[in-house]
Write a protein that binds this ligand. Structure first.
Ligand code: ASP
Length: 439
């Protein structure tokens, strides 16, 4: 058995958290490759080291004295080293960092030092080999990630190492300069390592016990999801459920490696298992509910629209020309509705309307804003009759008007559009009908 374990910033924010991580790794010999994030927040008011590095570098880039900011960062690491009773010194690393900041080595370089230094501490603490991500994760000169080259480098390097710590979030460009993934990108590093070493499992340790069926800010104490497929997860993350970086699933998914989301503060919890496919029947008809606010809709009406060849294309081109992405597009016989993000649409609204008038000469256009979309997702839906019926009766009982319905062709999800004011009540009503009242 070979496991790759990634620990998020809150799992490594202090010596106490590091000790929990040490216990987790030592409890299972197959946890051989560890990917740390930079130290996160120790409490709600704290600042993540990555953010401290960005602002320290901001001062350096203006040519000002950044000594005070750098000292605060040094103190964060020293506190961890002292708390763990290690003899490790990061003095040499910090003097290199100081020089490179003064030479304006770039924001990505600055941010990456959070993971680099935490990786050094983690390797010393565990007695694992330290592998600098700059040696094994590759980007091109424009900062685009290079997956094939990375895979080869990781395989070569880790093939000879029984146990190693590889810092997350960054890699190197051909000229040796550092590039990072987007925020939260250590999840991607973990996934790449898991694929390269052909791990049996990619464990992603964070501060929650996996995915919850609904947003805990809306539903009180929602149940957690035990098993979810990659496809279901995509649907839910698109609608705003965030625990894992969006791009982290692709490398392991391709290799058929499951991801297990676990809680460093409650290691006995099983967390959520993310798999390609499963015969295990989900406990409830639905796997999860997620939603996002802030949509607007444009409804175009024209008699005999359905017999006019090219009507949709012409309308869609207007959105494309204005660089607006389309989220959903339900249609009727003489109407079509386009859902877009309100923020993206608002400033270009009049241009879009004029464009539509010009290309299709509609009878009427109606705009609506303050809409929310809710996705009800579940592989169990395909085998169950009456899911849609239950959704709509639950919403009707809660006095909620459904503005749009869209069932994905995979029968994996049903998306409903409701008014912003009904958003939270709709999620509560759906959770209630599928989880609380009926199995
Ligand atoms: N430290 C980086 C961030 O705060 C990357 C990560 O934690 O995954 O975004």
């Amino acid at each position: 058995m070979k496991k790759v374990v990634k620990f998020g910033g809150s799992s490594l924010a202090s010596a106490k958290q590091f000790e929990k991580v040490g216990d987790i790794i030592r409890a299972d010999k197959s946890r051989r490759y560890a990917i740390p994030s930079a130290p996160g927040k120790r409490n709600a008011k704290d600042t993540k080291v990555t953010d401290m590095l960005y602002s320290c570098y901001g001062v350096a880039a203006k040519g000002k004295n950044f000594g005070k900011q750098l000292d605060e960062i040094k103190a964060r690491y020293q506190e961890i080293i002292d708390g763990l009773g290690l003899t490790l010194s990061l003095a040499d690393d910090f003097s290199v960092i100081q020089d490179n900041f003064a030479k304006k080595a770039g924001r990505d370089y600055a941010a990456s030092r959070g993971e680099y230094l935490n990786g050094k501490i983690m390797a010393a603490y565990l007695g694992y080999e330290f592998v600098d991500a700059a040696d094994v994760i590759r980007f091109d000169e424009d900062g685009n990630f290079l997956s094939d080259e990375t895979d080869v480098l990781l395989r070569e390097k880790l093939g000879n190492l029984e146990c190693a710590v590889i810092p997350g979030f960054y890699g190197a460009k051909p000229d040796g300069g550092i590039a990072t993934f987007s925020r939260g990108g250590s999840d991607i590093t973990g996934s790449l390592v898991a694929k390269a070493v052909q791990a049996d499992m990619y464990e992603n340790w964070t501060d929650v016990s996996g995915f919850l069926i609904a947003d805990p800010r809306i539903v009180k104490n929602p149940k957690s999801i035990e098993t979810i497929t990659y496809r279901e997860l995509r649907e839910l993350s698109y609608m705003g459920a965030t625990v894992l970086h969006d791009e982290a699933i692709f490398p392991v998914r391709k290799a058929g490696i499951p991801i297990n989301i676990r809680n460093t503060n409650a290691p006995e919890d099983k967390g959520t298992l993310i798999v390609e496919g499963t015969c295990r029947q989900p406990k409830y008809t639905i796997t999860g509910i997620a939603g996002t606010d802030g949509f607007a809709s444009v409804t175009i009406e024209k008699a005999l629209m359905n017999s006019e060849v090219g009507f949709c294309r012409k309308v869609l081109e207007v959105f494309e020309e204005n660089d607006i992405s389309i989220e959903h597009m339900p249609s009727g016989i003489d109407t079509m509705t386009i859902f877009v993000h309100k923020d993206e649409f608002e400033e270009k609204e009049q241009k879009v309307l004029a464009g539509i008038h010009k290309v299709v000469d509609p009878d009427h256009i109606e705009l609506e804003s303050d809409l929310a979309l809710i996705a009800i997702v579940g592989r169990g839906m395909r085998a169950t009759r009456g899911t849609a019926g239950r959704i709509f009766s639950a919403l009707a009982h809660a006095n909620i008007n459904v503005k749009m319905i869209d069932q994905g062709s995979s029968e994996l999800n049903i998306i409903v559009g409701v008014r912003h004011d009904d958003f939270k009540n709709a999620i509560k009503a759906l959770y209630d009908i599928f989880v609380e009242t009926q199995l």
